[in-house]
Design a binder for this molecule. Sequence first.
Ligand code: FA5
Length: 345
Amino acid sequence: MKEQLLKLKNEVIEKLSKISNENDLRELEIKYLGRKGELTTILRELKNLSEEEKKIIGALSNETKQYLEQKFEEKLNELKNKKLDQDLKESIDYTLPGKKYEFGHLHPITILQQRVETIFSQMGFSVMDGPEIESEWYNFEGLNIPSTHPARDMQDTFFIDQEADDKHGNLVLRTHTSPVQVRTMLKYGAPLRVIVPGRVFRNEATDARHEHTFDQVEGLCVDENISLSHLKGVMQEFLTRLFEKEVKVRFRPGFFPFVEPGLELDFSCLLCAGKGCKVCKNIGWLEFMGAGMVHENVLKAGKIDPKKYQGWAFGFGLTRLALMRYEIDDIRHLMTPNLQFLKQF
Ligand code: FA5
């Protein structure tokens, strides 16, 4: 019987290795371990053995039974896992196109701002920052615009019902980047060469060229023997590098309370190079920015000696520049989250 059990065990192991589906496995199990199975048949013979043999063969047959039961269970698990793998493979269609991941990119204003910063940095200017929520004093009085002065009407803003920490009047949303002029002078003194890109706000009805929230770039240069010819040279170089073509600039008289003399700077039309076309309305020039020699009172507000130092300042609209640079027909596109528009840059 011992040999019979061993033979049966080897037979089952051999057959198990060839089984490839659950049905065949079940049939094999019934055939050998079932109630009328071959192992049971062998065990029925036990009663014909002596007590001594019964003990030994009984233990051996139990051992064989447990061993085979375990092998059947292992085989069942193996088949189930194989089926799972198969199902998974069939549920994936490898011919489908892959998932496309969307990557964002910088906003056109940021791209342009970085370019502006690079060009001015190359010309020896530092890049400064200032608060968007500003005290009335820095936004107006420090720039020679007293509260009763009609020039305040030029830049209507949003007033905040809260006093500034520095007790310089109430807080306002800054209407221009010019307040950083005085802040920079107070912090660093003269000589100075800085630009200040930043967001500004005005209480303004919007149209294709006007926003209530837009970006400006301030420029300030303070030193001994500084004149407007330096400004002309710097701006001509800046615009030529930015547009990658020869650009000329011209001055026209302009009024800003914080500069004296004040001026407006135009540059030659990029399309017709000054000859006159639809874009420049046949003038040959495009309006660009306000500028001028820093007013004595502003230098004094910045604790700089006007007898020793002079300087010029300018302020241009970065948002308006983006309209020219990218040929955008309406400024309001730049503030929308319209991806169709933004993806073009
Ligand atoms: C000023 O803001 C002065 N601070 C500029 C300055 C600085 C002059 C230093 C002298 C010395 P102005 O209000 O013109 O000036 O605005 C400057 C630029 O901002 C304009 O040329 C224009 O490009 C842009 N700008 C003004 N208002 C708007 C608006 N509502 N929407 C978009 N851009 C605007």
